[in-house]
Design a protein around this ligand. Structure first.
Ligand code: XMP
Length: 519
């Protein structure tokens, strides 16, 4: 299958580029910027994109391409598109000059097309584009021609047709560049001439065939099922491939949302007719270990380790009856595997990692059927597999659950308050028809008491924060500008119906600098 490789220069948008290419029907993969030419060759790219990045090309330790990169792409005639930092890097490494401009270009700018060439074909004379870098190309080496400029950036797009090098100062992959998809399609279709072979239609049959081949006719598979989109899609896919040789284990960790354990059991046992669905109620064990724990990282660590322990002992128990359990299935998806330069340096410091790895002494072989897919692709596959919409459209829910939405120590009464408030929020958001447009909507329990008045009585109760965000790529998120009347309704229902809350606040912070979750 034709493949486009993206070399990650550290941009927060690298995954977005890869997704856009796939939306155009071409398979794409992200690779580190310091990859050797020999390794790159193994991937057999038919086109390469150099992503944006926060650095300046002259900075010490800024990402650079290996010297033989240009020899390789020239010899193999592999077209390259540089975006933002990648745009500067091509010029810099081929002997041109980059300059940090005092009049920096950020945000929406008007692009004037001087000569469309293949890259800017079928665009209007002027187009809106999204800029996010202070550096600009000042002098280009021989063979390059200017395709477009803006009022303060004389070289905003270039081409070197002979060499197969193209570049744009702006970001075609973001929605703020309205014709960005056309530019990427021009690169894919007119320059690279890639065959559009990445279709999810055939994906399911192929995946089922390959699971059958890998697992063999007798072996059994165990899966930790959370009820979230990824593990649910893996479960249904495996059920189609190996039927009741799949054992799904759903652990109640005591920090689930209201009725979640009931709903997940009903969906899998009654609706989807899973035979070997195992419910493990370990709520008391988790809550006992979380008692008086206030530190967010400690909460995550305890929940992670306890989960592994509970899952492992259930596996050992099942192995006694089913010695053919040989595989452990995981709902790993593509972004979980590819730590892009942008995320790996930052996220490691912010929060301990989300997805757990099981201990080395578990001798099960790992199977990860979704490992090459993006979330939106997983959702599409889930719909085709007949998973109910309540699972497919579900907002992401963190592994440590409500534990990271109760600030400070977790207590049963606080959990119950938070569950009731959260249920009201989700109910109203769904009734207003906005749930599917939001990335996440949830309540957070703030262990602060303030004064209120209810009827003739003075109250002294806790605060509930409402967090509702929109996001495309999770790296950035904006608080949702919900309708005031909807917010008012949510607030008054929570205050009136949930005992223990007498004040509701709406969180107006964006990410960055805030994160989506509170802990
Ligand atoms: P933050 O709070 O870092 O969250 O902006 C980004 C996204 O990740 C989810 N999240 C988690 N998911 N385990 C998970 O499976 C975790 O420990 C975890 N922490 C945050 C969060 O809900 C948001 O969608």
């Amino acid at each position: 299958m034709d493949k486009i490789c993206i070399l990650d220069m550290g941009s927060q948008y690298t995954h977005l580029i890869a997704r856009r290419i796939r939306e155009h029907g071409v398979y794409s993969e992200i690779l580190p910027n310091n990859i050797s030419v020999d390794e790159l060759k193994q991937h057999k790219p038919i086109g390469i994109i150099l992503s944006g990045g926060p650095n300046s090309v002259y900075e010490e330790n800024s990402p650079q391409l290996t010297e033989d990169f240009f020899t390789y792409i020239k010899k193999e005639k592999i077209p390259v598109l540089g975006i933002c930092y990648g745009f500067h890097l091509i010029i810099h490494q081929l002997g041109g000059r980059i300059k940090s401009f005092t009049q920096k270009e950020y945000g929406k700018m008007e692009l004037e097309i001087l000569k469309p060439g293949k890259l800017l074909d079928s665009l209007d004379k002027t187009e809106i584009v999204w800029m996010s870098h202070g550096d600009q190309v000042e002098i280009m080496p021989e063979g390059f021609e200017i395709l477009a400029k803006t009022s303060t950036c004389p070289i905003a797009a270039y081409a070197n047709e002979g060499f197969g090098l193209y570049g744009v100062q702006f970001h075609p992959e973001v929605n703020h560049t309205p014709k960005g998809m056309t530019i990427l399609d021009n690169f894919i279709s007119k320059i690279v001439q890639a065959k559009k072979q990445w279709k999810l239609e055939n994906w399911i049959e192929k995946a089922i065939e390959s699971i059958k081949r890998e697992i063999g006719p007798k072996d059994r598979v165990i899966l930790g099922l959370s009820g979230g989109v990824d593990s649910s899609v893996v479960a249904v896919l495996l059920q189609k491939a190996i039927g009741n040789r799949l054992h799904s284990v759903f652990v109640n960790n005591g920090v689930l949302r209201k009725n979640e354990e009931v709903e997940v059991q009903e969906t899998f046992q009654q609706v989807l007719k899973f035979e070997n669905f195992h419910y493990v109620d370990a709520a008391d064990l988790f809550l006992e270990r979380l008692k008086n724990v206030e530190d967010p990282e400690e909460k995550r660590r305890i929940i992670g380790h306890t989960f592994i322990e509970v899952f492992e002992s259930k596996t050992i128990e099942l192995e006694k009856t089913y010695p053919d359990i040989k595989y452990l299935a995981q709902g790993t998806i593509y972004p979980d595997r590819v730590e892009t330069s942008a995320t790996s340096s930052v996220s490691a410091k912010i929060k301990s990692h989300h997805n757990l790895t099981l201990p080395d002494d578990m001798t099960l072989k790992i199977i990860e059927p979704l490992k090459d897919l993006y979330k939106d692709e997983v959702r599409k596959i889930g719909i085709k597999l007949g998973l109910p919409p309540n699972i497919i459209k579900r907002h992401p829910f963190p592994g440590p659950g409500l534990a990271v939405r109760i600030i400070g120590a977790i207590e049963k009464d606080k959990l119950s308050i938070l569950r009731d408030a959260d249920e009201i929020l989700i109910d109203e958001i769904k009734k207003a028809g906005v749930y599917d447009n939001l990335w996440q909507a949830f309540c957070v329990f703030l262990p602060l008491k303030t004064v209120g008045i209810m009827g003739d009585f003075r109250t002294y109760e806790y605060i509930c924060a409402i967090r509702v965000v929109e996001s495309l790529d999770v790296m950035t998120a904006n608080f949702a500008k919900l309708d005031w009347e909807l917010l008012e309704k949510i607030g008054s229902r929570i205050i009136n119906e949930v005992k223990g809350i007498n004040r509701v606040v709406y969180d107006i912070s964006n990410k960055p600098p805030s994160t989506i979750e509170y802990e």
